[in-house]
Design a binder for this molecule. Structure first.
Ligand SMILES: [Zn+2]
Length: 281
């Protein structure tokens, strides 16, 4: 089933006096939304007790929960010590995800830093292989890792790189961040055909199942020469991309992605705008 929800708690949630993620489940259910992405961007700081409390409440209201692993992950790192840290971030996130009762963990693949891009990508693939092997050994075969397309040109994670990452592993899904794809190439997504081209490339590279069940991040994003600058709200009419043509492609192709809206502060209402538009088709 297709799902819509916010990434993190929005401004309105706080304005209405709510203070804790545990309160999101009932709030989102009453608004008619389906999911919520919990960010561990700055580290996995959630006790098991709190995670289980949040998980209980989300289960009660049938709101799916996903997590975003720390931003510090760099699978293309040349330092062994940092490669070890990657494992702490990833498996710390998966442990918390299990306690929360979720199935999807998004991560940023990495950056070449000063290395050659192709060599960095080869190193990333080797490190990813170790991660996926450990994921199996640690008993996380029932959870998805989702490799995200990134918004800055310097980062690894254009569409073809994410397809290459996800190709060899059953439990690795693409996280297609359309705002990032639009920003890294300065506004390439103009309408229906551009979205269709991305989805077709995904289906060609990864097959129907991973395309149908892909993870999606959506927001409008301001960009410059090097790509992403900052997340915007749906009020923006300059940078894009627009969500309406994406909803039409998703509907025409009968896709069932998990869509987390990452608008700056208005992510819950913007997720609802997408859902309402999708339902009207
Ligand atoms: Zn992300």
């Amino acid at each position: 089933m297709i799902k819509f929800g916010p990434s993190g708690s929005c401004g309105l949630f706080a304005m209405q006096g709510f203070t804790h993620t545990v309160q999101e489940a009932k709030w989102l259910a009453e608004l008619g939304l389906d999911c919520f992405e919990y960010s561990f961007g700055r580290g996995v700081r959630l006790t098991e007790k709190t995670a289980r409390e949040i998980g209980e409440e989300f289960k009660k209201y049938s709101i799916e929960i996903s997590v975003h692993a720390p931003y510090f992950i760099n699978l293309a790192t040349q330092e062994e010590e940092k490669a070890e840290n990657n494992h702490n971030y990833i498996f710390g996130s998966l442990k918390a995800l299990r306690e929360l009762g979720g199935k999807r963990c998004v991560f940023h693949p990495g950056s070449p830093l000063k290395a050659d891009r192709n060599e960095a990508m080869d190193l990333l693939m080797k490190r990813l292989d170790v991660v996926m092997q450990l994921k199996h050994e640690y008993g996380y075969d029932d959870m998805w890792l989702c490799a995200e397309t990134m918004g800055k040109k310097s980062q690894l994670g254009d569409l073809s790189e994410v397809i290459r990452m996800c190709k060899n592993y059953d439990t690795l899904l693409p996280c297609i961040d359309f705002g990032h794809l639009n920003a890294r190439d300065q506004g390439v997504i103009k309408g229906y055909d551009d979205y269709k081209r991305i989805i077709d490339a995904l289906a060609d590279g990864l097959g129907d199942f991973k395309t149908k069940n892909m993870h999606v991040h959506f927001s409008k994003i301001q960009y410059g020469d090097k790509g992403e600058l900052r997340h915007l709200t749906f009020d923006d009419d300059k940078y894009g991309p627009d969500f309406e043509p994406l909803m039409r492609v998703i509907s025409d192709y009968k896709l069932e992605p998990y869509i987390a809206c990452e608008s700056a502060g208005t992510q819950t209402m913007d997720a609802l705008a997408m859902k309402n538009y999708y339902k009207s088709l």
